[in-house]
Design a protein. Structure first.
Lengths: 351, 284
């Protein structure tokens, strides 16, 4: 079940999602955090932050809106308490960082540089830039790339850097490309979609923050589409797929679209054991199909089955002419990119 | 330590405007203390309602005829509780608990007044039993909008030294609010400790009354929660810590029971500007 993400091997492809698992301790009451591929922490900021006013949550069909406002104790408390806890418990920590300016992201990255036990850094760029009228970094090519470049400068090359992309953009592949060119090793796809709910009794917005991030199974098709588009544009860039994963088959869908690993997020709120259940279900689903994780990644992009033009049966033309027959299998090294490895050809119903 | 189990509903019965539900929950009842709550998944497998509904535990029985069972009270408020009200004995519920920090019992046998609003009385009844078992004197004040929304009056009568009942419409007990009668009860019983569970407005008034009487109160708050286990950060309220600083704390893991005089009642629903990490001017 192992998977490789930005040059780092993880024992399996199921992670938590940022903001849906705190820093692991609470979920450890329900399962061993070391059992997962990794724990993606809630986004850490430089200073303690109170978050927004309540109500911070509204349940929506197959999802929820949240407006937490990145409440957290700040990087020093995280380094003193949370990161050591994750290391002690054998978790592979993917530290998510968030800032209000390019300099704040750089300062966070510098603080993480010499820390033990940081498997990867995920850069949450879906934050308003206080220096640019609150424009969200992730929604613009230039600012997104600027943040990633600033973080990359502070972090050793061997530490993989994931840029977490927002789906609220015209062309997600343009942002993806800019982040990779700026030094991102991989991409987390996707963050929440901006939404709004109105209370029909009070006739005002439900959330204290007015708008909120939509997450949960409601956004899964959007997330799968984004993973598909990014993988198609940048087939060699590893993707951590996120968005409404509830079952092992949901996770498989993300792998098939091009993700090398997945994060289980909002579903954890209603089902604290979901990450380990999804892992077991994904393992069974892959086994049933005779696939390894690497086999499955991007498999949905393979070309459709091609047919010969209508006309006389070509087999008839070649009867008894063994010398001209095609070899029965394609050698592995000649396989087209995105095609399944040859050993699967007999086991898969579609081949 | 909370557990997540899928257990069969053992019994359901109507109590006035509320429903009481007993669920078999292997391994859960053993750790339950008064004030703990459970988080119940609604809508069945694959439900479009992703978030659990939190209910204070009324009774927990670790060694009953059906093994470990949990009983909680609820009222139909929305789609989730409407679904729950349609589930009968034999149906299976996915339930997480016990959750939260329970009421703390005094070391000494003190005189305690318990104040319940509506089905907020549910966790106070086992608390009353635990207090009397420790030699405390217990007096009870129960209130609700109307008589069908009063809960636990008979059971409270069996445990409490005195009981006072109020309803907004006067359909039972005195017309008015619990806090109309509370100061007199506190004075007469010379209460040394106040416990309360009910709507936020009532808790604020009870906490103020306790402070005026010069005693500590412990209140179990009701904030809407998404997870109940401390990971989502939605159920926060401003609470003053031992260091005198106000923080936005999670009512699911730091609560639901708080010292009444530590809750910044005037700022609930906002982020006061002096809270740790608050922006200038706070969040209104």
């Amino acid at each position: 079940m192992s998977t490789r993400l930005g040059g780092v091997d993880f024992p399996n492809p199921v992670f938590t999602a940022s903001g849906c698992a705190a820093a692991g301790q609470e979920l450890a009451q329900f399962f061993e955090v070391a059992a997962l591929g990794g724990v993606v922490t809630k986004s850490i900021m430089l200073d303690a932050r109170s978050g927004r006013a309540t109500p911070r949550m509204a349940e929506t069909p197959s999802g929820m809106l949240n407006s937490i406002g990145l409440q957290g104790p700040g990087i020093e408390s995280f380094l003193a308490h949370d990161l050591p806890w994750l290391a002690e418990h054998g978790a592979r920590a993917v530290v998510s960082i968030a800032g209000g300016s390019v300099a704040e992201y750089a300062a966070l990255a510098a603080r993480l540089r010499d820390q033990q036990g940081v498997a990867m850094i995920e850069v949450n760029i879906s934050c308003p830039n206080v220096e640019d009228r609150g424009q969200v970094f992730a929604c613009h090519v230039g600012p997104a790339a600027e943040v990633i470049a600033a973080v990359r400068r502070e972090v050793p090359a061997e530490v993989p850097l994931l840029a977490k992309l927002s789906p609220d953009v015209t062309d997600i592949t343009a942002i993806a490309r800019a982040c990779v060119q700026a030094g991102a090793t991989g991409l987390s796809v996707i963050n929440t979609l901006l939404g709004l709910a109105i209370d029909t009794d009070t006739m005002r917005p439900v959330l204290g923050g007015i708008t909120g991030g939509l997450s949960g199974p409601a956004i899964r098709p959007v997330a799968v589409r984004c993973v598909w588009q990014v993988h198609q544009a940048l087939p060699d860039v590893p993707i951590l797929g996120t968005g409404g994963i509830r079952t092992g088959l949901d996770a498989l869908e993300f792998l098939l679209a091009g993700a090398s690993a997945v994060s289980v997020g909002t579903v954890v709120f209603g089902d604290p054991t979901a990450p380990v259940r999804v892992l077991a279900e994904l393992q069974a689903a892959l086994a049933e199909r005779g696939l390894s994780v690497a086999d499955a990644v991007g498999l949905a992009h393979r070309p459709p089955v091609a047919f010969l033009p209508e006309g006389p049966d070509p087999v008839g033309d070649h009867q008894g002419d063994e010398d001209e027959q095609e070899p029965p299998t394609t050698p592995a090294d000649a396989a087209e990119p995105g095609m399944p490895p040859p050993h699967l050809n007999d086991s898969h119903p579609f081949r | 330590m909370p557990v997540q189990v899928t257990g069969e509903i053992q019994a359901v019965h109507r109590v006035g405007a509320y429903q009481a539900m007993t669920v078999r929950a292997p391994g859960m009842a053993e750790g339950v203390r008064p004030g703990h709550f459970v988080a119940v998944a609604v809508g069945g497998p694959g439900s479009a309602m992703l978030l659990r509904r939190a209910f204070a535990i009324y009774r927990a029985d670790a060694r009953g005829p059906y093994g470990s069972t949990i009983e909680f009270m609820f009222a139909v408020h929305g789609r989730g509780t409407a679904w729950l009200s349609e589930q009968g004995p034999g149906a299976r519920l996915d339930i997480v608990g016990p959750l939260g920090r329970p009421f703390r019992l005094p070391k000494e046998p003190l005189t305690a007044t318990l104040v319940g609003g509506g089905y907020g009385t549910a966790p106070l009844l086992p608390l009353a039993a635990a207090l009397t078992a420790r030699g405390c004197r217990v007096d009870v004040v129960l209130g609700a909008g109307s008589s069908d929304r009063l809960f636990g009056v008979l059971e409270a009568k069996r445990i409490a030294t005195t009981i006072a009942v109020t309803t907004d419409d006067g359909s039972a007990g005195e017309r008015g609010r619990v806090t109309d009668v509370l100061p007199a009860v506190l004075a007469k019983t010379r209460s040394e400790l106040v416990y309360a569970c009910g709507p936020m407005g009532m808790l604020r008034a009870v906490s103020d009354a306790a402070s005026e009487h010069g005693v500590l109160s412990q209140v179990a708050v009701e904030e809407s929660m998404a997870c109940g286990i401390g990971v989502c950060m939605t159920c926060v309220l401003p609470v003053v810590g031992d260091d005198g600083l106000t923080r936005m704390v999670r009512s699911c893991v730091e609560g639901p029971v708080f010292l009444g005089d530590r809750v910044r009642w005037d700022a609930v629903g906002t982020v006061p500007s002096d809270a740790v990490g608050a922006p200038a001017g706070g969040h209104r």
